[in-house]
Design a protein around this ligand. Structure first.
Ligand SMILES: Cc1cc2nc3c(=O)[nH]c(=O)nc-3n(C[C@H](O)[C@H](O)[C@H](O)COP(=O)(O)O)c2cc1C
Length: 176
């Protein structure tokens, strides 16, 4: 299977670490993987013109088009974000809004996705997940698994063997 992970953290922290770990484990299981760090990409805010409803395309020429094409080319999409006020990060939300062309052109219809959140508390996990479900339901993507990890400082997960094991076990459970 081809797996692409999208990282919505603005820092080199827990979400990035968790996604790398997840992809490494998937690679060990024989899958082909790629990681997209949104903080390194140019993804402008959606301008709300809604021309994509008619054309299936976004008039903004930045990295969004190539990221979308990569998502189309992969079988499984992993959405990874820090929990920001029981929502995705702003970086991730901008990315989600820019996926609106796929609502009309159905390019991502039938794809499978996995959701990974990192937060410093374990309350309100469901609220954060609802945000992602609102996107995936609209685009015809089905969520086949979700993982919520607990950490605050940037190296929090890296220094927590229990969380690292959780990631490996999660990968095995969704890919077997
Ligand atoms: C603006 C902001 C809002 C946050 N809101 C929450 C929250 O509502 N719930 C929570 O559990 N953690 C919250 N956090 C903590 C982060 O989710 C946590 O530090 C996480 O490890 C960050 O992931 P990263 O290292 O990948 O950036 C917030 C952090 C920031 C910067």
């Amino acid at each position: 299977m081809n797996i692409i992970a999208i990282c919505g953290s603005p820092r080199r922290g827990n979400t990035e670490f968790a996604l790398k770990k997840l992809l490494t484990k998937a690679g060990e299981l024989g899958h082909k993987t790629e990681l997209i760090l949104l903080r390194e990409k140019k993804v402008e805010h959606c301008r709300g013109c809604l021309s994509c409803d008619d054309t299936g395309k976004c008039p903004i020429l930045d990295d969004m088009n190539s990221i979308t094409e990569k998502m189309v080319a992969n079988d499984l999409i992993v959405f990874g974000s820090p929990n920001y006020f029981n929502n995705v990060s702003g970086l991730m939300k901008d990315f989600f809004d820019r996926l609106n062309p796929a609502y009309g052109n159905k390019k991502l219809d039938g794809k499978k996705a996995v959701v990974l959140f990192v937060g410093d508390e374990v309350r309100n996990i469901d609220k954060a997940l609802v945000v992602v479900e609102s996107l995936t339901n609209s685009l015809g993507i089905s969520i086949i698994g979700d993982l919520y990890l607990n950490a605050k400082d940037a190296q929090g997960l890296e220094n927590d063997p229990e969380s690292v094991k959780k990631i490996d076990d999660f990968v095995v459970s969704i890919l077997s």
